[in-house]
Design a protein around this ligand. Structure first.
Ligand code: KIV
Ligand code: ZN
Length: 518
């Protein structure tokens, strides 16, 4: 606590986060998230609201028992029974904190609680005293603080500090405040609550206006030392302040925040985000700051070129810092030559200037039709445009006999180096049977990863286009395509196309071809 630059991260993913509509977590899921929160090195984990259900009480108890490092906290209303149940759940914890709250705003006092100001102060102080006699750390939250009359709020805070609260949390319960206003409120608290130095001021912001992170950061500027937040910003309604954004804002803009820092392991942020998303079923929007799928993906050609010259031109954080993996340059119609050349090099293709020019022109034509070009598209483009793959294996004959109730019988003939190879057999369907025969004839087992069929023309005689993805040498994914009015024939052609590419690549790389070093 001596280091006044240190900001404490109070994670409430398992309590407020779990209050997200549709995001209920079972005890096992909660424990798994708590382990990851400990990996992240959060300072406090709010494990739940034990009075709400026996399951929640048990989850807090298990977290308290197993998780070492962070302080474990449980929420309670200013009701003795709530406090007792929460304290019981916290018993196994090495370090624990009780968090008690009561609403203080006029609207909540009148319509929800039907209590006068003096009653609120009495209940709050009695509860804090009761809790403080039983546990060393008590946090108090005046719910809806940001809509509470400031003078009354100061009075409440002063009283609960006298009663033994050591952390004062100032919730913007309905996400109503704005950064300037909230910053001023925090300043007002420091200026007007005489015993404020005995406590840590915490903030808890909801995101109804999309300002939860901005409000929390404004509060830090005015002396708040603890931030309550959740992974991916999940929480009631529009959610809470997102931990990853707070942490990275402080980390990236230490200059603005006077060097204030958190103890969070940034490289664990993406892992935590993915875990929470998987266990709660709450999908992370692609453009979500820090952890979204697109957070480090660059599409514009100008940006891609700049990045390749100097990363900092368009990236203020490194994806590795947050455990994201690598920066991704999405190749699409906005990409330039530089980005294509770079990707081709990564894929093992070193092209001469003329070859690159042709590849780039073909790439632009394809990019006009397809939003995002994957590595396989680029490879297919180079393979077919620059050096069409020889048909090492070619389909000469195919016949399929089907009879209801029996497995289909397929006979197949392939041409290979001037010879004819033939085989006959069955399978669980005609495509399965044909692929098994191909495997047998080429004496090599190919791993089929994906199979897609689509009609490319209309009418009864529509052409079917089959695309397969197979695993080639060194685990590389190779795409093959086949087109025919007969879908079994299209399937075999697609499979052979992929196999021919694998063979072509392995021979050309053995020869050390200038174009292929895969
Ligand atoms: O938003 C809120 O006011 C709360 C309190 C219980 C802290 O979640
Ligand atoms: Zn809340």
């Amino acid at each position: 606590m001596n280091d006044d630059k240190r900001i404490f991260i109070f994670d409430t993913t398992l309590r407020d986060g779990e209050q997200s509509p549709g995001a209920s977590l079972d005890e096992k899921g909660k424990l798994e998230i708590a382990r990851q929160l400990a990996e992240l090195r959060v300072d406090i984990i709010e494990g739940g609201f034990p009075i709400t259900s026996p399951g929640d009480a048990l989850a807090v108890k298990k977290i308290a028992k197993e998780i070492k490092g962070p302080t474990i906290c449980a929420l309670a209303r200013t009701i003795q029974k709530d406090i007792d149940v929460a304290l019981d759940s916290l018993k196994p914890a090495k370090r624990s904190r009780l968090h008690v709250f009561i609403a203080t705003s006029a609207i909540h006092r009148q319509y929800k609680l039907n209590k006068a100001k003096h009653e609120i102060i009495r209940i709050a102080t009695e509860s804090v005293k009761y809790a403080r006699n039983r546990i060393g750390e008590v946090e108090f939250s005046p719910e809806d603080a940001s809509r509470t009359e400031p003078e009354f709020l100061y009075q409440v805070l002063e009283s609960v500090i006298d009663a033994g609260a050591t952390i004062l949390n100032i919730p913007d319960t309905v996400g109503y405040t704005t950064p300037f206003e909230y910053g001023n409120l925090i300043k007002g608290i420091f200026d007007n609550v005489p015993n404020i130095q005995k406590a840590i001021v915490s903030v808890h912001c909801h995101n109804d206006l999309g300002l939860a992170v901005a409000n929390s950061l404004a509060a830090i500027k005015f002396g708040a030392r603890q931030i309550e937040c959740t992974i991916n910003g999940i929480g009631e309604r529009a959610g809470n302040a997102a931990m990853e954004e707070i942490v990275m804002a402080l980390d990236t803009r230490g200059d603005i925040f006077g060097g204030r820092y958190t103890n969070i392991r940034r490289d664990q942020l993406c892992k935590a985000s993915r875990l929470v998303s998987a266990l709660t079923g709450m999908v992370v929007q692609p453009n979500k700051a820090v952890v979204g799928k697109n957070a480090f993906t660059h599409e514009s050609g100008i940006h891609q070129d700049g990045l390749l010259k100097l990363r900092k031109t368009y990236e203020i954080m490194r994806p590795q810092d947050v455990g994201f993996g690598e920066t991704k340059l999405v190749l699409g119609k906005h990409s330039g030559r530089h980005a294509l050349e770079n990707r081709l090099l990564k894929l093992g293709y070193k092209l001469h200037a003329k070859e690159l020019e042709k590849a780039y022109n073909d790439f632009k034509i394809l990019a006009d039709k397809k939003k995002e070009l994957f590595d396989e598209d680029i490879e297919a483009l180079v393979d077919t445009q620059l050096a069409s793959v020889p048909k090492t294996y070619e389909l000469i004959h195919l016949s399929v006999a089907t009879e209801s109730g029996k497995d289909p019988r397929v006979s197949l003939r392939l041409k290979y180096k001037g010879k004819i190879l033939s085989a006959e057999g069955t399978g669980s369907g005609p495509v399965d049977a044909a692929y098994k025969l191909v495997d047998k004839l080429i004496s090599r087992k190919v791993k089929l990863l994906d199979y897609l069929i689509k009609s490319v023309t209309v009418g009864k005689d529509a052409q079917g286009e089959v695309t397969v993805k197979v695993e080639g040498d060194l685990g590389k994914v190779i795409t093959g395509q086949g087109l025919s009015t007969d879908i079994i024939e299209a399937s075999v052609n697609a499979y052979l196309d992929a196999i021919n590419k694998i063979l072509y690549r392995s021979t050309s790389s053995k020869k050390g071809s200038a174009a292929h070093g895969v």
